[in-house]
Design a protein around this ligand. Structure first.
Ligand code: GDP
Ligand code: ZN
Length: 293
């Protein structure tokens, strides 16, 4: 058994579990998918837990015979068994835009996975500014981790959160995601690179998701497609993707069970929380989307 770390054309890069391969062989196999799986339409995604048959240790080849049930699924791009979203934003260069951050946060929350917020480039802000952002985001219901990839600040605090899990990195461009991946993964996926050499094509010829192994355990997905946060939630779901609203709903119920928290009487969610305004903007978008369907 093993975990699919990368998919390229009809080939799957499987990292075998400890104890599933003989000593003196690598733990990576380049696998095909058994035709039986193709016939039943069973797809194999990055992150999938699989059973490999007929390993050819010398040639580092095998065939995927079974895909185990997934505990989570992200589509666009497809990633199986992800545990959390690591949302990366910059505190400066580019300046942190609260509305854009809200948008990414809601998108991340809508996956149902846990959300870890990481604010990079803390070297560009004063201590007073950092405390102000920290306080503000705690009001939003998040505990942001302030880091600087350039100055190597805070990365040690991030590592424990990433161990033993599959984490998907998200965030707009320019915030330092590539820099962060390079800092966390010293030799970026060298072993997958070795195996893909047998395919006679570069790893970076196609845009695809890939899971990178972290030194302390855990897998990190660098996902280009996940950086376009089009919301697609329904009006009724939206409030659940705001921690502030969730907290209010846990404390009291709205009078109407289908309350959209606009002008309805006896609403538990409407109130003077900073992002209520963002909620209303996303709500109007969600209503317009629903009416357009
Ligand atoms: P990506 O588009 O999110 O992958 O961002 P990159 O990793 O390409 O980084 C964008 C720019 O931000 C580059 O010029 C980096 O050198 C710079 N950068 C990354 N991390 C930091 C940081 O901690 N502090 C500062 N000041 N700049 C950083
Ligand atoms: Zn309400």
């Amino acid at each position: 058994t093993g975990t699919v770390l990368a998919v390229q054309a009809n080939y799957y890069f499987v990292r075998l579990d400890p104890g599933c391969y003989p000593p003196n062989t690598g733990d990576m196999l380049l696998c095909t998918r058994r035709s039986r799986l193709r016939k039943i339409g069973q797809q194999v995604w990055v992150g999938d837990r699989v059973e490999v048959e007929e390993p050819d240790w010398a040639g580092q080849r095998g065939a995927i015979a079974q895909v185990f049930p997934r505990r989570s699924e992200l589509d666009r791009p497809p990633i199986a068994n992800a545990d959390q979203i690591l949302l990366v934003f910059a505190l400066a260069e580019p300046a942190l835009d609260p509305f854009q951050l809200s948008h990414f946060l809601v998108k991340a929350e809508s996956t149902g996975l846990s959300v870890c917020l990481c604010l990079n480039k803390c070297d560009l802000l004063t201590e007073v500014e950092l405390v102000a952002w920290g306080d503000r985001l705690r009001q939003w219901g998040y505990l942001p981790l302030m880091i600087s990839v350039r100055e190597n600040i805070g990365l040690d605090k991030l590592a424990p959160d990433l161990a033993k899990q599959i984490t998907v990195v998200s965030g707009p461009s320019g915030v330092g995601k590539s820099s962060l991946l390079n800092a966390l993964i010293p030799a970026v996926n060298l072993r997958v690179g070795e195996v893909s050499g047998k395919l006679q094509r570069g790893r970076h010829t196609t845009r695809h998701v890939e899971l990178f192994e972290l030194p302390a355990g855990g897998l990190l997905a660098d996902s280009p497609g996940f950086n376009q946060p089009d919301l697609d939630c329904t009006p009724g779901e939206l409030a659940h993707y705001f921690p502030e609203a969730r907290q209010r709903m846990a404390q009291a119920a709205c009078q109407f069970s289908n309350c959209l928290h606009r002008e309805e009487p006896d609403c538990a969610v409407r109130g003077d929380w900073e992002r209520y305004e963002h909620y209303r903007i996303f709500l109007e978008e969600a209503i317009a989307r629903q009416e357009a369907q």
